[in-house]
Design a protein around this ligand. Structure first.
Ligand code: SF4
Length: 234
């Protein structure tokens, strides 16, 4: 009797802990160093959306050089701010959001400082940050994680795509839905070092698993742990 052809089962999704350990061996741990004022972090992450790290750094550097204090930046005409923000692109929107955010922070805390957030709960911090102009869920969670050392996990397009290919979720879209971001945050909270996992997944996504053709043949996760996305070609 003829035998039915064998079908190869896709590998199971590797566990977040096993991926975390593999990526840490490859890329190392994110340095555990003081992040400085919370507002500095917020402004940097505000400028980091839809641009490269290099352009964000250039815009942030120009801003700090011209306005050594956030109070001075808050008083600056939008076109002056815009001159600094040009390297990051979208400078009119960024300048308007920055001015409005600084004004809202002054109104809430009496000065251009977010240090009071250090005594707030995660949920309170996230809600306040998201109330600021131009601050979405990803930026708010970056500030929580990098500025306030909270167990927060920001999901960008790289992390969203890579984790779907790894089988950690099956939600569609190029960018994470709020439900998807919450789901991945819950998963990531089981990791030993949530900041390193965030940074290393982005590095890994850029190096091996970009939005175009993933380099599955060279992928260390596929070789060491298996990846359902490699078989399915998602
Ligand atoms: S095997 Fe391919 S799809 Fe899976 S994580 Fe590696 S590069 Fe991405």
């Amino acid at each position: 009797m003829a035998q039915a052809p064998r079908t190869r089962r896709p590998p199971r999704a590797p566990s977040p802990r096993s991926v975390e350990a593999l990526l840490e061996r490859r890329y190392g741990k994110y340095p555990d160093e003081s992040s400085g004022p919370v507002l500095d972090q917020l402004v940097w992450f505000l400028l980091s959306t839809r641009t490269t790290v290099e352009n964000c750094d250039a815009a942030y550097g120009a801003l700090r050089e011209r306005y050594p204090t956030w109070a001075a930046a808050a008083e600056a005409p939008p076109e002056y701010l815009g001159e600094c923000l040009r390297p990051a692109g979208l400078w009119k929107t960024r300048a308007a959001n920055l001015r409005s955010s600084l004004a809202a922070i002054r109104e809430r805390f009496g000065s251009e400082s977010l240090e009071e957030l250090r005594s707030w709960t995660d949920a309170e911090c996230e809600a306040f940050l998201r109330s600021l102009p131009g601050v979405g869920l990803k930026v708010a969670r970056c500030v929580l994680a990098f500025g306030l050392a909270r167990p927060s996990f920001a999901v960008d397009a790289h992390i969203w795509r890579v984790t779907r290919r790894l089988g950690w979720h099956s939600l569609p879209g190029e960018a994470p839905s709020e439900r998807g971001a919450d789901l991945l945050q819950e998963l990531a909270r089981g990791s030993r070092d949530i900041l390193s996992l965030h940074v290393n997944l982005i590095r890994f996504g850029r190096e091996f698993c970009p939005s175009g053709e993933p380099r599955c043949g060279a992928c260390p996760v596929a070789a060491g742990l298996g990846c359902p996305g490699a078989i399915l070609g998602r």
